[in-house]
Design a protein around this ligand. Structure first.
Ligand code: PXL
Length: 269
């Protein structure tokens, strides 16, 4: 079995974070390893979020042991890093393993919390993390922060942002439009430095999209580990997330977690 490592936070609701990553790996039939970066606790019955950081030495030990695995990891997926010190430790480890492809989900804006990251961490992503990544998967808000373009309210602006983010040194960019753009359709913009691929899908409005971003990036990482062409991995990941939202698990009215078993559930129906 191929091996994918997620470097991510824990989500107490298990919708996003490394819980979503590991379930996605399982569905793709790849083996998952995980390095925990922080613990996100979601208050019961509200959407208030607390982030607890972990000692850096613990992070270093987890990374070291995961990279000591034989056979080696095939793909690395990076999720929530919580702070700049964590990000620095991760960069140091990635630099020792440049041969392993990296999927970078730049978790800069947690949609549940209203938390957005400081300019320091945005700059660090642009100068240090992006150049180490094969593909990055910002949502619209994160693409606004990373491109510095302000509000991305059209497909044209999304394309411009993808180009600016690509200039940081990441090889491929996919901006997830999600529900934020007006209209009936949800668009994602993929850019490889030369060509754009626009993915479109009817918006799913049930609100069961907690963990959609983590699941998308993990699905891409799994597809890469399985040897899919990158554009195919992105297309399959999009379909995987769509089914996950369609069969999502509600926990508050109009709010719920993506269900990574969506495809199997659809096949049973
Ligand atoms: O979906 C973004 C995300 C990433 N990482 C962790 C999270 C969440 C959302 O809840 O908890 C740990």
């Amino acid at each position: 079995m191929k091996k994918v490592l997620t470097i991510a936070g824990s989500d107490s609701l298990s919708g996003g974070g490394l819980q979503a990553d590991l379930r996605t790996f399982e569905e793709y039939q790849v083996t998952g390893l995980n390095v925990l970066t922080c613990i996100v606790t979601v208050e019961a019955n509200t959407d208030k979020v607390t982030v607890t950081e972990l000692p850096l030495s613990l992070l270093e030990t987890q990374l070291e042991e995961c990279f000591n695995e034989v056979p080696a990891i095939d793909v690395i997926k990076i999720g929530m890093l919580a702070n700049i010190e964590t990000a620095k430790v991760v960069v140091k480890a990635l630099k020792k393993h440049r041969e392993i492809p990296v999927v970078l989900d730049p978790v800069l804006a947690l949609k549940e919390s209203g938390l957005t990251s400081s300019q320091d961490i945005i700059d660090f992503f642009k100068t240090e993390l992006m150049p180490l990544a094969d593909i990055t998967t910002p949502n619209l808000k994160e693409a606004e922060l990373l491109s510095g373009l302000g509000k991305l309210d059209s497909l044209e602006k999304m394309k411009e942002a993808a180009q600016l983010i690509h200039k940081t040194g990441v090889k491929h960019v996919v901006i997830k439009g999600g529900q934020r753009l007006e209209g009936r359709l949800a668009y994602d913009v993929f850019y490889d430095g030369q060509n754009y691929m626009i993915l479109e899908e009817d918006k799913l409005l049930n609100g069961y999209n907690n963990g959609a971003g983590c699941t998308f990036a993990s699905a891409i990482a799994s597809g890469m580990a399985l040897g899919y062409h990158l554009e195919t991995a992105v297309r399959k990941a999009k379909a995987f997330v769509y089914e996950g939202i369609e069969y999502g698990i509600p926990f508050l009215p109009g709010l719920g977690n993506v269900f990574q078993g969506g495809k199997s559930k659809r096949d049973q129906d």
